[in-house]
Design a protein around this ligand. Sequence first.
Ligand SMILES: C[S@@+](CC[C@H](N)C(=O)[O-])C[C@H]1O[C@@H](n2cnc3c(N)ncnc32)[C@H](O)[C@@H]1O
Length: 263
Amino acid sequence: MSKVAAPIETLKSEHPSVAEHYDKVWTEEEGEAWESWPFFRQNPSALAFALARLGDGAPLTGKLVLDLACGVGYSTQELASRGARVIPLDLSGTGLRKTLQRLEKAGLGGKAEAVRSSVEQIPLATGSIEAVFAQNFLMHVNPEKVGQEVWRVLKPGGRAIFVEPLAHHPLVKLYRVLFSSYKGIKPKWTSRGDLALLAQPFSYKKTSGFYLLTALASVGFIQKRAWLLKPIFGGLHAIDRLLLKIFPGLEKYTWVSVTELVK
Ligand SMILES: C[S@@+](CC[C@H](N)C(=O)[O-])C[C@H]1O[C@@H](n2cnc3c(N)ncnc32)[C@H](O)[C@@H]1O
């Protein structure tokens, strides 16, 4: 891939406390990466739905995809393994180094070039990107600024997919109050209003909600036992789909949202 940005060590961060937090998290372990939770890898999942919608039914082969706030790069690997050329972007230098190591190990080293920057000010040319994948970071940033930046870097007709946890699921809310590991950096959990601000500049926007009762399957006892997780997740997910069909108003309380945007 051609050079798009300075080496990841040389850029200074605009959000030092968040960058420090994640440098530490990604050094110690990879527990905050969604795909490292078996819950999020169940199927049919919000993540699988999001990846399928990114290409709008077409393969990602050869497409230039920006992986926003890539963390340790599970999504970067997923996108590269589907044939995309990927630009993983994050504030955390440690996360980006692990992302590149992961790709090397998977034999996908030539498929990505890392950019260390804030998602609120993306150092890429206007109209240079074909698709944007974004997951699990809006709680740390200004959604309106991110929407404007993503709109700017996308080519006309380009698609962005955001997979984001929301603020309103009652049990998840309680869990966050009791056990949040983010206390030092004070995330502002994403509301429907925030998603509307994110989506403002786009010509097409659609949000789908996932996981009402299914959220119960994410408790540690169930998640650690594959033989329990699979049937419980599957059963609760089917009930959720039915509930959401009969009572669409419940979508507001889902844990995870997938937002599709087209420039
Ligand atoms: C909870 S992790 C999610 C990582 C990955 N997307 C995933 O789902 O596994 C949040 C990530 O967002 C990054 N991040 C937070 N604020 C950011 C910002 N303003 N610009 C770029 N990355 C940011 C963090 O460094 C961290 O890697």
